[in-house]
Ligand binder design. Sequence first.
Ligand SMILES: O=C(O)CCC(=O)C(=O)O
Ligand SMILES: [Mn+2]
Length: 201
Amino acid sequence: MNNSTQSSYIKYDLPNADIILYNSFFTKADSDLLYKNLIEKINWEQHEITIFGKTMNQPRLTAFYGDNNKDYSYSGIRLKPTEWNEDLILIKSRIEKITNESFSSVLLNYYRDGRDSMGWHADDEKELGKNPVIASVSFGATRPFQLKHNTIKDLKKVDIELTHGSLLLMKGTTQHHWKHQIPKSAKPIEPRINLTFRLIV
Ligand SMILES: O=C(O)CCC(=O)C(=O)O
Ligand SMILES: [Mn+2]
């Protein structure tokens, strides 16, 4: 791997948000390799969720890696981290360099096709501190990442295309004022992997 990342970016001009997108943060060659490695080597798990008393499979596979003393809970699931692997350490060090932040864990999502998704939510668990910094890396198929403001109802929904090798940064008060989702799609879509690096305080 040639140790290069691209650093031209788009800063979104949105109220109460601090969102930056680096397209092709990883080169095509690095992205192809990391995508393949992650699919093969990550310990992907199928968890269940209970919504309004009904239990079902989560519509995606997940994994949680990180510093081993930092548990994380969301949607009623308590996760114990798996030890970092080589690919994750490489990705983490590149995003730490560009963001000047440090991260203690990563939640990975594997969307097998267009039926896999993630519903509206904010990454506002108390473990993430007051203003969470979320660094989100995507590999594989492009999926739209949608954002909606919690209270300003005449603001249009924002659609950000997260492409192979992109890095999306959300920080400041973003998680207090906005929710995000990966909608289902009726069209056939190839697999996609997303990694959200977080700092558990
Ligand atoms: O797949 C994505 O781009 C979003 C993932 C996400 O929102 C999360 O893991 O909290
Ligand atoms: Mn999220």
